[in-house]
Design a binder for this molecule. Structure first.
Ligand SMILES: Nc1ncnc2c1ncn2[C@@H]1O[C@H](COP(=O)(O)OP(=O)(O)OP(=O)(O)O)[C@@H](O)[C@H]1O
Ligand SMILES: O[C@H]1[C@H](O)[C@@H](O)[C@H](O)[C@@H](O)[C@H]1O
Length: 380
């Protein structure tokens, strides 16, 4: 299977970029990331009533987790990644932590906005928990909007079709390994903005798949991705809500167990999963082990409304676990030549230790309801 380090023979520029990147990151700890996707406004509706208005967009959830969990040097104030996002002048969350830290490009068009209609009846385990409608769309992100330098990794995390095929291609050229959320590639919007899906193979993104390292899809999106075809080109991760996730690569697959959570709002679970997974790779974990960190942050996301707030003690506990269970801080899997997919012999210990941290998190949340838990959005 093509790995992140493999490039098509004719991609001279790409090979050159990777050489440059290697020489830049060798011995240097900073594995800088490039996150591409726009912040948005989320309006949560239930029974015809607005029950929440929050900052949304995968960029917001992903930044939040990367800031919390990716390895960084003592002297680094912020986690080393850049966000390329677009919003309009109506953007309501410019002072929220993620957008304030890494501001968006301002456009004349309005900020992307979604209405999420939650079902009035308790959702079954695998039914879609909400219907999404894109009510406003900001401008797409063009290749020229990306910084003209190399990155250790890239995350393509569009929510409204803003990551154009040519933008993803540019990311692939700039970044050593690119991780993609399928929702950035396969969403289609009908006349009233209702979100549907198209088959990945029918999109211009399909030809880029062999140059992508990881493709994450929810179980609802997986049929449109075509897991059996896609896994021959990159590692595919299918998340499955409270059941955790599965990884599929060419020649193997693994199920990764979830963490318990009391779900109050499923929004951003997939985004937080992808960011936790990326942080795990940056800590030097194999893909299957890194997915534990994905599941951990996915569970954390559903237990709060909107972009979650993490308790410092919980984050400290997670950091100590990662320091103890990982051997290298600068990941050979993102920084080096190949990824490792299989679970390692620390997998079960890591799961047990994170389970403890998850317990700490839910205790803290119960003790401090002001800690981001604005009420149950998704169940009766
Ligand atoms: N109820 C839950 N309990 C525990 N973990 C959960 C729950 N829901 C989600 N997760 C975690 O989050 C991950 C992503 O969730 P899910 O598969 O629902 O993503 P998604 O449908 O893309 O979410 P969204 O579109 O809301 O961001 C799961 O793989 C799991 O690890
Ligand atoms: O904020 C949310 C979140 O980023 C979801 O992952 C995405 O599916 C929605 O479109 C968005 O509004």
């Amino acid at each position: 299977m093509p790995l992140a380090a493999e490039v098509p023979d004719d991609a001279h520029e790409e090979r050159e970029n990777q050489q440059l990147l290697l020489s830049k990151t060798k011995g240097g700890p900073a594995l800088e990331g490039l996150l591409v996707g726009s912040y948005c406004h989320d309006v949560l509706i239930r029974g015809g009533r607005v029950v929440g208005e929050t900052l949304g967009g995968a960029a917001a959830f992903v930044s939040n987790v990367l800031d919390a969990a990716s390895p960084r040097e003592e002297e680094q104030e912020a986690a080393p990644f850049v966000v390329v996002s677009k919003v309009g002048h109506d953007f309501a969350y410019a002072s929220a932590p993620a957008p304030a830290q890494r501001p968006s490009l301002l456009c004349a068009s309005p900020t992307t906005s979604f209405h999420a209609q939650f079902s009035d009846t308790a959702a079954s385990a695998h039914a879609p928990d909400r219907e999404l409608r894109r009510v406003r769309a900001c401008d797409p992100i063009y290749p020229a909007d990306l910084p003209d330098r190399r990155f250790a990794y890239g995350l393509a995390v569009g929510v409204a079709g803003e990551v154009l095929p040519e933008t993803l291609e540019r990311m692939i050229r700039l970044c050593r390994a690119v991780l993609v959320d399928a929702q950035a590639l396969i969403r289609a919007f009908d006349g009233d903005g209702s979100v549907g899906h198209v088959a990945l193979e029918d999109t211009p993104y399909a030809r880029l798949l062999p140059r992508v390292a990881f493709l994450k899809a929810s179980s609802e999106e997986a049929p449109y991705v075509g897991v059996e075809t896609a896994r021959r080109q990159c590692c595919v991760i299918v998340t499955d809500g409270r059941d955790g996730c599965r990884l599929y690569w060419d020649g193997g697959e693994a199920r990764v167990a979830p963490f318990p959570a009391v779900q109050v709002d499923p929004t951003g679970a997939g985004d937080s999963f992808l960011a936790g997974f990326t942080a795990g790779l940056l800590w030097g974990l194999s893909a299957t082990d890194a997915a534990l960190l994905g599941n951990f942050f996915g569970a954390a996301a559903v237990s709060q409304v909107g972009v979650p707030t993490f308790h410092p003690k919980m984050l400290q506990a997670v950091k100590e676990i990662l320091e103890e269970k990982t051997t290298k801080r600068s990941s050979p899997f993102i920084n080096g030549t190949t990824f490792t997919f299989e679970r390692s012999n620390v997998h079960d210990e890591l799961h047990a230790a994170l389970q403890e941290a998850a317990r700490l998190m839910s205790e803290q949340q119960q003790a401090d309801p002001a800690n981001g838990n604005g009420g149950d959005i998704c169940s009766t």
